[in-house]
Design a protein around this ligand. Structure first.
Ligand code: FMN
Length: 321
């Protein structure tokens, strides 16, 4: 069922990638995604030390024997990140799939990754970036449209246009997403020619997602109107859930505040506090427009299997039209 070049390349059951998430994509969440038949993606940037990162990979290996990926962050980060350090751990630990995401293609790492036999996937928001990633040896490229949760870039291309443009332009398989929260979106992305589908926002309310239950309940009641794009003024545009912290960042940008002030307002410490304590206005959380389709807290397995079941039913219905 839904076997594609991506299921084959990654060795996974369903052509679904559960997108990496800063602060959240730790061993528990990633293992839940991989055990459910999707590809979970551990966020290396969460870990401040090489040793901490290595321990988390070990924890993850204890929790799943299914394929998973590690993300290397190429975005401007709130704290300096030396991806070479993470790479050493990735090589030592025999990681098989690396996803990169950010404002540039992973030119400086691509040949090293290849030498270690690692499958490289690059995530981006435009065809020109996707072509660049392909040219430096990416085995697959993920493209996410403007409605997605997290980084939006500056091109503002919607999923419906971006995915088929990427499919038409690339030889390597495309994973598409941005706004996918159920089987309808999943089937739509495959219909656009992608070989895989990335989801993120709809897993914020997975039981295994480490955010406070109060925040999950609030997100369930949010609609597609409850997100906004912030941090464009500092070339780090992100689609986030609208709360007081997000509005404060937007206000600072309107007042042409400097980088330190904006970074301070959007900072990870505040978000971590919100995730742990459930103070809904303490920090900023990335969130896509697909949040309007998310209606209940469920185990990750139910989310993934729900998508596949709904897509399969829909495929049958469409076949007799
Ligand atoms: C809370 C949250 C945090 C995220 N953090 C990152 C990140 O650190 N790096 C990254 O490449 N993508 C990040 N993303 C994007 C996801 O990996 C994925 O590409 C996106 O959520 C897919 O679009 P959707 O949210 O519309 O499903 C994040 C998304 C969310 C919702």
């Amino acid at each position: 069922m839904f076997q594609t070049r991506i299921t084959e390349m990654f060795g996974i059951k369903y052509p679904i990638v559960v997108g990496t998430m800063m602060h959240l994509a730790r061993a528990e969440m990633v293992a839940a995604a991989s055990n459910a038949g999707a590809l979970g993606v551990l966020a290396s940037a969460i870990f401040e030390t090489k040793e901490g990162f290595r321990q988390e990979i070990k924890k993850l290996k204890d929790r799943t024997d299914k394929p998973f990926a590690v993300n290397l962050n190429l975005f401007p980060a709130m704290r300096p990140i030396d991806n070479r350090e993470y790479l050493e751990v990735i090589f030592d630990e025999g990681i098989k799939i690396v996803e990169t995401s950010g404002h540039k293609a992973p030119e400086e790492f691509a040949s090293d990754l290849k030498k270690h036999g690692i499958t490289l996937v690059h995530k981006c928001v435009g065809v020109r970036y996707a072509l660049k990633a392909q040219s430096i040896g990416a085995d697959a490229v993920t493209v996410v449209g403007y409605e997605n949760g997290g980084a939006t870039g500056t091109l503002d291309i919607t999923t419906l246009c971006l995915v088929p443009r990427a499919v038409d332009s690339l030889k390597v398989p495309v994973i598409g997403g941005g706004g996918v929260a159920d089987g309808r979106g999943f089937l739509a992305i495959l219909s656009l020619g992608a070989q895989g589908v990335i989801i993120g926002t709809c897993t914020l309310v997975a039981e295994e997602c480490p955010i406070h239950p109060k925040l999950k309940e609030t997100l369930i009641n949010a609609s597609e109107l409850d997100t906004m794009v912030i941090m464009r003024s500092i070339q780090n545009s992100h689609r986030v859930w609208i709360n007081e912290a997000a509005k404060k960042v937007a206000q600072l940008e309107k007042q042409q505040a400097g980088l330190p002030e904006i970074v301070e307002a959007a900072g990870g410490d505040k978000a971590r506090r919100m995730f742990a304590e459930g103070n809904l206005n303490a920090g900023v959380i990335s969130c896509g427009q697909g949040i309007g389709l998310v209606k209940k807290v469920r185990p990750m397995k139910d989310i993934i299997e729900g998508i596949i079941y709904q897509a399969e039913e829909l495929r049958k219905k469409l076949a007799v039209l």
